[in-house]
Design a protein around this ligand. Structure first.
Ligand code: ADP
Ligand code: MG
Length: 251
């Protein structure tokens, strides 16, 4: 075996697979540039580290299961009067994740609740947090089928180990007693270990009707609201304002 091949094998054994993969390129480059031994060593170690971070980021992104990827920079604040630049900057700093604060985003459909939550989720991933996005419908399904479905089990495990859980479209559907109970237990488990972003087009006072049981509703709300920032988004639906039209001219 050539010294190059042997080195590649050793790098792989030492779990430096990215460096192993690109070793020949780095050697060639070092020869061309007449690099010093030290700068050659540094460049290959730095590469391994960078690729690892990139792969981690890709993994966390896949893990998060966002419905789309839209950033906070793509969110037009001038379209959304109910959120100030200062507030958005504050949210972007993500200190609320470390402090286990929840964010509750309320407002009518099309106002940007999902976009904002995905944008904050992306920011959190970039800062090294684990994020999981799930709609309320999917969550209830996963909670109910976790005993019998591997897929649901995986989802629930991700939720339980995430630093930030985004639950989109809360209370979109009425829940029965069993579902409300399962949901309560999850919120209780997350209460002291992660942050939650909840979006809903219903005000919290209406949540009771959808959860059915007033005692469970109170228990859930207590935990959700205890450390939470409630943001009311209002105005016209962004979707409606910017909808595509098949007419070239307005009539
Ligand atoms: P909601 O979850 O409140 O129903 P979405 O977040 O799904 O609304 O927003 C609907 C669409 O409009 C998305 O494509 C979103 O990116 C866009 N949108 C909403 N508000 C804004 C905004 N202020 N700036 C840019 N895009 C927006
Ligand atoms: Mg939405």
């Amino acid at each position: 075996m050539s010294p190059l091949k042997k080195s590649e094998e050793l790098l792989k054994t030492l779990h430096l697979s990215e460096a192993a993969h690109s070793l020949s390129q780095f050697v060639k480059q070092a020869e061309t540039n007449e690099s010093t031994y030290l700068s050659f060593l540094y460049s290959i170690l730095e590469y391994e580290q960078k690729r690892r971070e990139e792969k981690q980021l890709e993994k966390r992104l896949k893990w998060a299961a966002f419905p789309f990827q839209k950033t906070l920079d793509e969110f037009h604040l001038e379209e959304q009067q109910s959120l100030s630049q200062k507030q958005l900057n504050h949210l972007r700093e993500l200190t609320w994740i470390e402090q286990l604060y929840n964010i509750i985003l309320l407002g009518p459909p099309g106002i940007g609740k999902t976009h904002l939550s995905v944008g904050l989720g992306l920011e959190a991933i970039n800062q090294g947090h684990k994020v999981m996005f799930i709609t309320m419908g999917e969550l209830v399904h996963a909670l109910k089928t976790q005993e019998i479905s591997r897929k649901a089990q995986t989802k629930m495990k991700r939720i339980r180990t995430a630093d930030l859980v985004i639950i989109d479209d809360l209370m979109f559907m009425a829940m029965d007693q069993h579902e409300a109970n399962l949901f309560f237990h999850l919120i209780n488990d997350l209460y002291n270990r992660s942050s939650i972003i909840l979006t809903s087009n219903k005000a919290p006072k209406e949540w009771g009707e959808l959860l059915g049981d007033p005692a469970i509703t109170t228990a859930i709300l207590d935990r959700l609201i205890h450390r939470a920032e409630v943001i009311h988004l209002n105005g016209d639906s962004y979707r409606m304002k910017h909808r595509a039209t098949i007419f070239t001219e307005k009539v």
